[in-house]
Design a protein around this ligand. Structure first.
Ligand SMILES: [Zn+2]
Length: 259
């Protein structure tokens, strides 16, 4: 089975020193592509370095994450916008991500909105798809997106509400789901309501998924096999067929042909 991890953070400090192992784990498990999402300027530079080292496997999405907007250095927003533009011109950026809004960071809501808006405008001008974090803000974000002229939209780790899922599907958005589809009834319900043509797989690592079969191990790309088998179970489909469709979705969303 050819597999894909559409959302991981290889440049996260928790993975430092382990990227070679993660890449080997991905190759062993049949993961043909990893999209490393950045959080800020430094993780963007590091993601580009990693992608340069493993060009056959690692691709990048660059952005400013809502968790980072209150710890940005002077000029970091402009520096990141410039970096993304330059690297997109060199053909090294597949998407803008991870960007979005998080309800747990209400005290910095205005800064979140301002940075998110800048990232969405950049995606418009560079004609790049976007990968969105929307904890507690999914309905709000789905409402605001039509005012942007976006190429393609991916709502990562979609959990609720179902009304926003319906709207997102009507508009042809994609969602990613990861290890929770193995053990969470809520996520399995989301998957059951999502056409297979709008679904992608992710690990979002590094995250410690505590439930069985992951049991608090540091997330690795080979978890994707379990994710695909769980989706197949929900959809009463063959895992091979699910994996094939997800690869097709990946190629369509990122405009990238996998060999
Ligand atoms: Zn993430």
């Amino acid at each position: 089975m050819k597999l894909v991890d559409a959302h991981i953070h290889l440049s996260d400090a928790e993975y430092a020193g382990h990227v070679d192992e993660l890449v080997a784990d991905a190759k062993n498990a049949g993961v043909a592509a990893l999209v490393s999402n950045s959080m800020d300027y430094a993780t963007s530079i590091e993601a580009l370095r990693i992608a340069n080292k493993y060009p056959e496997l690692v691709h990048v999405a660059l952005g400013l994450h809502p968790w980072n907007v209150n710890v940005l250095k002077p000029n970091e927003i402009d520096d990141t916008l410039r970096l993304i533009s330059e690297q997109t011109q060199k053909g090294r950026v597949l998407a803008i991500g991870e960007i979005g809004l998080d309800c747990k960071y209400e005290a910095i809501w205005d800064q979140q909105l301002s940075v998110f808006d800048k990232m969405l405008r950049l995606a418009e001008s560079l004609s790049l798809p976007v990968i969105i974090h929307s904890r507690g803000t999914t309905a709000f974000i789905v409402d605001m997106l039509p005012s942007y002229n976006l190429k393609r939209v991916l709502l990562h780790w979609f959990s609720h509400p179902m009304s926003a899922l319906l709207t997102a599907m009507e508009r042809g958005y994609f969602i990613t789901e990861g290890p929770p589809v193995v053990y969470s009834n809520g996520i399995r319900e989301v998957v059951s309501q999502t056409p297979l043509t709008n679904l992608l797989t992710e690990t979002d690592g590094p995250v410690l998924f505590r439930k069985s079969p992951f049991n608090g191990q540091m997330t690795k790309p080979s978890f994707i096999g379990d994710v695909v088998r769980a989706i197949a179970e929900v959809k009463s489909a063959k895992a091979e067929d699910v994996a094939e469709q997800i690869v097709r979705n990946f190629e369509a969303f990122f405009n990238l042909k996998l060999t």
